[in-house]
Design a protein around this ligand. Structure first.
Ligand SMILES: NC(=O)C1=CN([C@@H]2O[C@H](COP(=O)(O)OP(=O)(O)OC[C@H]3O[C@@H](n4cnc5c(N)ncnc54)[C@H](OP(=O)(O)O)[C@@H]3O)[C@@H](O)[C@H]2O)C=CC1
Ligand SMILES: O=C(O)[C@@H]1CCC=N1
Length: 258
């Protein structure tokens, strides 16, 4: 699979790194205007270029990881050079209909919402496409399955997926940071507190993914009656732990919808 990533920033690089490790048969090209900071990718077999159309005719999938306001400029450059291509766009807020109108009917628009854990094969990449592109989109699904999970969702949930799966990485990290800060207050150095907090979150997530149960069922296994866990949980909830997360996620969604 030849993958052509346009936009070698935070997300584009995480996808390139992930593919180099978890999809070694993929041939990856990544572009941006200032490539100095990503030339190290060449050592991993990734082609780095400042030219967006560099070998683009050979690409099986073109991945857009640019900001929304960069889309028209990039498309103006690449459209004269391509036909019959799959364009997988991670551009937040850009609908399939809008992208399809921009790229014309000879190309197929697929919407993807990965997160930066793609680098570690641990992204939750939500994918949406029109029925007419169902067959072609399977290549995109397979590609992102190699970088974690790749659920197919209704496009109307794509903004929600952006918040839950992409911004969600930052939200989860902020939980870990807070846990680490508390860990320092109760006696650990920050490195030890961070290692314990991160591994604890990883373990909790693995249990949920493995057992496929409601979190409260697992929480019940941890909360000894009159114990320290329930005391801590109730104190957190009294200070708005769950409601502040819910409000934050809903505010993020409002920001995308404008
Ligand atoms: N970061 C994340 O976790 C996620 C981001 N997204 C979405 O992905 C997109 C990219 O986000 P992110 O990676 O954070 O942004 P970055 O700013 O880190 O990356 C965008 C990259 O695009 C490059 N670029 C800009 N103009 C051009 C151009 N004309 N041709 C080629 N490359 C260009 C920039 O490099 P240079 O200036 O050198 O050209 C930059 O490295 C956004 O739409 C975002 O909403 C979606 C999910 C997760
Ligand atoms: O914060 C943002 O707008 C982008 C989309 C999701 C992650 N980063």
């Amino acid at each position: 699979m030849k993958v052509h990533i346009i936009g070698g920033g935070n997300l584009g690089v995480s996808i390139a790194l992930g593919l180099s490790k978890f999809s070694p048969d993929s041939k990856v090209t990544i572009t941006r205007r200032n490539t100095a900071s990503i030339l190290y990718l060449e050592k991993l077999g990734v082609t780095v270029s400042t030219i967006n159309i560099h070998q683009i005719q050979e690409a099986d999938i073109i991945v857009l990881t640019i900001k929304p306001y960069q889309v028209d400029t990039v498309l103006a450059e690449i459209l004269p050079a391509i036909t019959n291509k799959i364009i997988a766009s991670a551009v937040s807020g850009l609908s399939i209909e809008n992208l399809q109108n921009k790229i014309g009917t000879s190309n197929s628009a697929v919407r993807i919402m990965p997160n930066i854990a793609a680098q570690f094969g641990a992204s939750a990449t939500c994918i949406a496409f029109n029925e007419k592109d169902k067959e072609k989109a399977q290549d995109v699904v397979a590609l992102f399955q190699s970088l974690g999970t790749a659920p197919i969702i209704d496009e109307k949930l794509m903004d929600a997926a952006t918040v839950l799966a992409a911004s969600g990485t930052a939200f989860a990290l902020r939980y870990i940071r807070a846990s680490m800060q508390a860990g320092i207050e109760i006696g650990f150095d920050w490195q030890t507190a961070l290692a314990i907090s991160a591994q604890t979150v990883k373990g909790a997530a693995e249990m949920l993914l493995e057992e496929k149960v409601h979190p409260e069922q697992l929480i019940d296994r941890v909360t000894t009656p009159q114990g320290c866990t329930i005391a801590g949980l109730n104190e957190m909830e009294m200070h708005g732990f769950s409601s502040s997360l819910i409000r934050g996620i809903k505010t993020s969604l409002k920001q995308i919808k404008g």
